[in-house]
Design a binder for this molecule. Structure first.
Ligand code: UDP
Length: 316
């Protein structure tokens, strides 16, 4: 029988990390999840009843010491929501720099394959639309968002340097806006904020005039793409996202419709350096692994709304 594969997931208690742990366990991997619980929560993992899962509460900016075999390192840990990285700017930079170095160093030491979860934020406020992987981006290096954007850009640079100089087998994915169950209702992002406001019949707070666009991918599609990129053979950055593009006002109106809410939309100040538009060009990933999202927005949003209803009734 083939030996069981061991995957390390940094950021395991986060929104995407916890879904990835579920996916890998279902694939028969042993999973070692790391998280410092700054923005993740054990609640996202408490449903896992498996001898194949271990959780280690640690900060990956400290040296990562994992005994035994490791075959894959999925490096997801990072404050990823604007309110988190604006509250922890220096720590966010440190996670991108020291945290990535430790995670890729673990992969090198174990001769494991390494995947960096990068972001569409490396494109900044893009001048090219939709965004292809060979676009270098338009990031304001001193703006408030730069702590996240530049940390991820540096993390990509670190990953490529380990690949080129040290021969580490690496993958880089650029994740576009993703949504689904286990997002935090107060993480400040558009989808959880609008759903919470709509369910409470409060005004939905659209920033600016709501004409800025984003393209939203349901988490199950994303996780499938992450796994398949890890198993594939391509080491340069790959976009993962859903090209279905909405204005933020359209998103707010759709959520009002799907929740049957009596809420209205109100307009508030646009945050500094908020990207005007964003949509992934996914032709590369389609060609590489024949992947594209399968969950339409209405279906994914309904699932997310149902989860939020239960969660808000229980917890908040
Ligand atoms: N946004 C909004 N109201 C909110 C939260 C976010 O209008 O309560 C806007 C935000 O300004 C941005 C878009 O929705 O233009 C997506 O924001 P999010 O934080 O979800 O993702 P990101 O900016 O990282 O793409």
């Amino acid at each position: 029988m083939a030996q069981q594969k061991v995957s390390v997931v940094t950021g395991a208690a986060g929104f995407i990390g916890s879904h990835l742990c579920d996916y890998l366990l279902a694939k028969g991997h042993r999973v070692i999840g790391l998280d410092n619980l700054d923005s993740g929560t054990l609640r996202n993992l408490e449903h896992i009843v498996s001898d194949d899962f271990i959780f280690i509460n640690m900060d990956i900016t400290d040296f990562i010491d994992i005994p035994g075999q490791v075959d894959f390192v999925y490096h997801l840990a990072c404050p990823a929501s604007p309110i988190d990285y604006l509250q922890m700017p220096l720590h966010t930079l440190k996670v991108g720099a020291a945290g990535t170095r430790n995670a890729v160093g673990l992969a090198k030491w174990k001769r494991a394959r390494f995947l960096l979860a990068s972001t569409s934020e490396v494109y900044g406020d893009p001048e090219v639309h939709p965004q292809q992987e060979d676009y270098w981006g338009n990031v304001n290096p001193i703006g408030p968002r730069s702590v996240y954007d530049e940390a991820k850009r540096y993390a990509e640079t670190t990953t490529m340097a380990y690949h080129r100089q040290q021969g580490v087998d690496t993958r880089i994915i650029r994740i576009f806006n993703t949504y689904g169950p286990r997002m935090r209702p107060f993480d400040g992002r558009a989808v959880p904020t609008f759903i919470r406001q709509a369910l409470e019949d409060k005004h939905l707070t659209v920033f600016g005039d709501g004409s800025q666009t984003r393209s939203f991918c349901f988490v199950s599609d994303l996780v499938e793409g992450i796994y398949r990129i890890m198993m594939g053979g391509y080491h340069l950055p790959v976009n993962l996202g859903n090209p279905d593009e909405f204005t933020i006002k359209q998103l707010a109106e759709l959520i009002i419709k799907l929740t049957g809410s009596h809420s209205d939309v109100i307009f508030q100040a646009l945050p500094t350096d908020d990207p005007r538009r964003r949509r992934p060009d996914i032709s590369l990933v389609k060609k590489l692994i024949d992947w594209e999202p399968t969950v339409p927005a209405e279906e994914g949003l309904k699932k997310t709304i149902d989860w939020f209803k239960e969660y808000l009734a229980e917890v908040v």
